[in-house]
Design a protein around this ligand. Structure first.
Ligand code: SF4
Ligand code: SF4
Length: 295
């Protein structure tokens, strides 16, 4: 598929959107957001959020101040640095003070850096006004279903208005919030990418429908990521041994969705503290200790 001109203009130098750009432009993630407001069956809270990262990785948690220093230090060292994302280790919008303190300072001190954020979407509608105030290039929403019955198999509970809500009811609220957030963002001209985790036997047959729905609401890119099932990652839906998709199954689904929407196939599921060009990680050069030393 081809991107409309106005969107192509915005994303031509974005490492995550174009396979070509990712050789020339660098991005980084800062992990400032520890809390989460839902439970995904595929999540192990010891590790980074799977909204955007590969499971089984523990990122260095930073305070907003440390994240700001780190970003400025990276931008001074890596000239191709164009995009700063907040992707975890929990849900960025479930940590609004930390996430927005970081965005606020960076929009002032480094206005050339594009900002992005990924979220499960539960707190998205209430965050749209604040997001619109910053230099937000795009928001990634992880949408694994549009059907609450399937959702109940993926999300055992959500935390909503100070209560834990389980099962289909919880999934229904999450889906509503995701869809509402998506509509509110696209209505304001903020780009929305949708991530989906492909879980064989749970939502694999349903994701083509998800692709149609989110495209109709204005999402510009769909990124189907494989569930990465690892023994140490624990159980899924109380079942040990939930498998991830085979590469051929993933490709088949991506091909199937392609007719409806621009598909992203080169996402690396970078860690929540990744630094550098895609496929490289220079995070260890910019650890908190080293950043503090640089001053
Ligand atoms: Fe874990 Fe992310 Fe799901 Fe929260 S949204 S439960 S951090 S995978
Ligand atoms: Fe880009 Fe995917 Fe890495 Fe995010 S996780 S920075 S979208 S390649």
């Amino acid at each position: 598929g081809h991107l409309p001109e106005n969107i192509r203009e915005k994303v031509h130098n974005h490492p995550c959107y174009s396979e070509e750009a990712h050789h020339y432009y660098a991005r980084m993630h800062v992990a400032v957001a520890p809390a989460c407001n839902i439970q995904c069956h595929y999540c192990n809270r010891k590790y980074d959020c799977a909204n955007e990262s590969r499971p089984g990785v523990v990122s260095e948690l930073l305070t907003p101040d440390q994240a700001i220093k780190k970003t400025l230090a990276v931008a001074a060292t890596i000239p191709q640095m164009t995009v700063l994302g907040i992707a975890g280790p929990g849900d960025p919008l479930a940590n609004p003070e930390k996430t927005f303190a970081t965005f606020r300072a960076l929009s002032e001190q480094a206005p050339d850096i594009k900002l992005c954020v990924s979220t499960n979407g539960l707190a998205l509608p209430e965050s749209v006004d604040e997001l619109a105030k910053h230099n937000i290039d795009h928001v990634t929403i992880t949408i694994n279903c549009v059907d609450p019955e399937i959702g109940a198999k993926i999300y055992p509970w959500i935390f909503w208005k100070n209560r834990r809500i389980k099962g289909i009811k919880g999934a229904e609220i999450l889906i509503e919030q995701q869809q509402k957030g998506l509509e509110m963002l696209t209505a304001r001209g903020i780009l929305v990418k949708v991530n989906s985790v492909m879980i064989p036997g749970v939502n694999d047959k349903h994701l083509a429908e998800v692709s149609k729905v989110v495209k109709a609401k204005g999402a510009f890119l769909h990124n189907v990521m494989p569930l990465i099932a690892e023994a140490e990652h624990g159980t899924f839906y109380g079942v040990m041994g939930q498998r991830g998709p085979e590469p051929s199954e993933l490709k088949e689904l991506q091909d199937q969705c392609e007719g409806d929407m621009n598909m992203m196939r080169h996402c690396r599921q970078c860690r929540a503290d990744a630094v550098g060009l895609l496929g490289e990680d220079r995070g260890s050069e910019f650890s908190v200790d080293k950043i503090e030393e640089m001053e």
